[in-house]
Design a binder for this molecule. Structure first.
Ligand code: CAA
Length: 395
């Protein structure tokens, strides 16, 4: 793997840095306190091409490779994880999954809006009763063929009637479309799961913003309730019963994007810790002179580099068409735990000031904490890695 970034990759990273410094950093504290990112930012993310990375231009995408996608995700994560999450979900989990699995009609229907920022997407997998055990989800999609006998699946006519509840859905309140996973056949476990593209203005779909989160406060995280939501059979993404494969393939790439966001958190922790250590004086000299402060800073720096290299490896594998699922779990596992450590170390450098929200370390720590939980907990990543090494499944 060549670790030297191409001219194009360096340019997109600089674009992202400038975007973060101009459009995000000045508002981070206010958005966190208000528990809402300014929604007009989504349009701006679309205009600059960040919602279309890796998507073909014919569907409104801005092209680019997965390393460029990681570079942008890292910079957004450095700025504000709530914003990074909007991109990771709307582009990473929804648009990229439609591009990979969708029919021509579905791509034309959804991708231009998602890549431009006219639409926001959300990923409806988790339920109140199923988080890690996603294959056991309870939401049901029941076929209603209007009394006529037809074959099942996306290619036929008729409708599905969907009932269920989805929990902790990133972008949930803002989303125009939900990539929804529901049980549509009686096949056991994950084999009965199908994927649907459900417009959020469909009658019967209601949502509630979840407040009181430890971090990611600017993000529109929601509970979605579906009561007799009717969608045409053509809303099914991929063949019937392939929904879990759709979800797993989305998450395999999604975990890389979370990892890149975590590199951004850790980098931000390093930046603010170094700056503060050079300004704050104790015992007659800046605290940068104290060896135990240097230890905290060097620990962050090693975490940043290690997490970044693991993440870039995933992007490189994807771009070369090689298997990457286990490497993505390794990157997500390491980078999310590293982001927590890094933010915690930065907070230690800030001392008491780190504990109040006028200083950045506390928010970095609050935002980092969820990274070891969502898109698969650290324990799930370890089981995925362990299964690959031993050939024995714990599930
Ligand atoms: N691409 C395509 N198909 C894949 C795949 C991939 N990368 N990985 C697995 N599959 C397919 C398999 O081929 C298999 O298909 P068949 O049955 O047709 O053979 C099917 O998916 C099941 O695969 P596994 O046997 O590997 O699945 P499992 O049941 O053992 O999975 C698990 C267990 C790994 C724990 C899985 O349930 C899991 O990842 N759980 C965590 C769920 C999770 O990450 N949730 C996050 C919620 S989303 C979120 O947080 C988004 C947000 O808003 C931020």
């Amino acid at each position: 793997m060549n670790l030297e970034l191409s001219e194009e990759q360096r340019a997109v990273r600089q674009l992202a840095r400038d975007f973060v410094d101009r459009e995000i950093t000045p508002h981070v504290v206010a958005w966190d306190r208000a528990e809402e990112v300014d929604r007009s930012l989504v349009k701006k993310l679309g205009e600059v091409g960040f919602l279309g990375l890796t998507i073909d231009e014919e569907y409104g995408g801005s092209g680019g490779d997965h390393l460029a996608y990681c570079l942008v995700t890292e910079e957004l994560g450095r700025g504000d994880s709530s914003v990074r999450g909007i991109v990771s979900v709307s582009l990473g989990l929804v648009a990229k999954t439609i591009a990979a699995w969708g029919s021509e009609e579905q791509k034309r229907r959804w991708l231009p809006g998602l890549t431009s920022g006219a639409y926001v997407g959300c990923f409806g997998l988790t339920e109140p009763g199923t988080g890690s055990d996603a294959g056991n989800l309870a939401t049901r999609a029941v076929r209603d063929d209007g009394g006529t006998s037809r074959s099942s699946g996306a290619e036929s006519g008729g409708e599905y009637v969907i009932n269920g509840t989805k929990m902790f859905i990133t972008n949930g309140t803002w989303a125009d479309v939900v990539l929804l996973f529901a049980r549509s056949t009686d096949a056991p476990g994950h084999k009965g799961v199908s994927a649907f593209l459900v417009p959020t203005d469909t009658p019967g779909l209601t949502r509630r913003t979840i407040h009181g989160k430890l971090g990611l406060r600017g993000q529109a995280t929601a509970e979605l309730v579906l009561a007799d939501v009717r969608v045409p059979a053509s809303a099914m993404l991929a063949p019937e019963g392939k929904g879990f494969s759709v979800a797993m393939s989305a998450l395999a790439k999604g975990r890389m994007s979370v990892a890149a966001g975590c590199v951004g958190i850790a980098q931000a922790a390093l930046d603010v810790a170094v700056r503060y250590a050079g300004e704050r004086e104790q015992f007659g000299k800046t605290i940068a002179h104290h060896q135990l402060v240097q230890e905290l800073i060097s620990d962050i720096a090693v975490d940043v580099d290690a997490a970044r290299l693991l993440t870039w490896r995933v992007a490189d594998l994807i771009d070369r068409g090689l298997p990457f699922t286990v490497e993505s779990s390794k990157a997500k596992l390491f980078a999310s735990e590293a982001a927590v450590r890094a933010a915690n170390n930065a907070l230690q450098v800030f001392g008491g000031y780190g504990y109040i929200d006028e200083y950045p370390a506390g928010k970095l720590l609050r935002d980092a904490r969820v990274m070891t939980l969502y898109e698969g907990t650290s324990q799930i990543q370890k089981l995925v890695i362990g299964r690959a090494l031993t050939g024995v499944s714990a599930f």
